[in-house]
Design a protein around this ligand. Structure first.
Ligand code: BEZ
Ligand code: FE
Length: 288
């Protein structure tokens, strides 16, 4: 076939994929071509706009390396990551809601015993975290592996700081016989997502801010259950309703409650003002 125009080219391109042996790939390519062509017909880009779009995607790719994943950041800031997450996490009652993983998770974080201090000596308001891990039906899950990571009081993760020689504000715990994990840390701060690349340009050009509300990340796994990737957000944070990556859910917001100096929940004493976060997590059973 020849003589393609703005009306017949979509069907012609879809026809070209007719021989795709993998039915799922064929479905994806057909939908991609349909939506891409509809987008182009809707926007009617000029050549210079199309060139700018290709340039933006090229710079997005060039910004990626082993430490920086600008395409995931683009997906996050367009709400695509949370849409994929929602479609893949239709949860039963009792299961904790999920949110984005983010770029600051590190495999093989230091292992800690319950009661440990994961602050690595960094300054900040003392925060005592207590979590329980159960199945969605309430059965406690002793032995569940709980990874935690968070920002410091200025909003930086350890991997963003050049002055630290070892991990801080991250660690891996194992839930005790009652399915509990508890540790000391410092209050995390809100922070801007990395905005020195093309995604930052897009945010600036569209009058959007790059901030995320203060949170603690959790990744929880137990045999027979879907690994839970989520955060708990600090109630009252000014960015809860405008998170740059659309990750906030009401069920994930908790008071990081203020307390006078005195006894911590693990029975130890502190002479400092302290804050308390408690959260009960529920894991979804793997499909049988
Ligand atoms: C984070 O919470 O660590 C994060 C998530 C998405 C993009 C950037 C950071
Ligand atoms: Fe984070």
């Amino acid at each position: 076939m020849r003589d393609f125009d703005e009306h017949n080219i979509t069907a012609a391109v879809i026809e070209r994929f007719a021989g795709t042996p993998d039915a799922r790939l064929k479905r994806i390519m057909d939908s991609l071509v349909t939506h891409l062509h509809d987008f182009i017909r809707d926007v009617e880009p000029s050549f210079s706009e199309w060139e700018a779009a290709i340039g933006f995607l090229t710079r997005t790719g060039q910004m990626c390396d082993g430490k920086r994943q600008e395409f995931i950041l683009l997906s996050d800031t367009l709400g695509a990551s949370m849409l994929v997450d929602a479609i893949n996490h239709r949860l039963p009652a009792g299961a904790t809601e999920t949110t984005v993983l983010g770029p600051f998770f590190v495999q093989d974080a230091p292992k800690f015993e319950n009661g440990a201090d994961i602050s690595g000596g960094l300054e900040g308001e003392l925060l005592f975290v207590e979590a329980s891990v159960a199945a969605a039906d309430g059965t406690m899950l002793p032995g569940a592996v709980v990874d935690v990571w968070q920002s410091d009081e200025e909003g930086f993760y350890d991997v963003q700081r050049t002055d630290l020689s070892s991990a801080a504000l991250r660690g891996q715990f194992v839930a005790d016989a009652q399915g509990r994990v508890y540790f000391r840390t410092i209050q995390p701060a809100a922070y801007p997502i990395p905005d020195d690349g093309p995604v930052g340009e897009m945010l600036t050009a569209t009058n959007r801010h790059p901030w995320r509300p203060a949170h603690v990340h959790f990744m929880i796994s137990a045999p027979g259950y879907e690994t839970l990737v989520t955060h708990v957000f600090s109630a009252g944070d000014q960015y809860l309703d405008s998170d740059a990556v659309f990750g906030v859910k009401n069920s994930l917001i908790r008071e990081f409650a203020h307390h006078q100096p005195g006894r911590l929940p693990d029975g130890t004493e502190t002479g400092k003002h302290w804050r308390h976060l408690a959260y009960d997590f529920g894991l979804k059973p793997l499909a049988a």
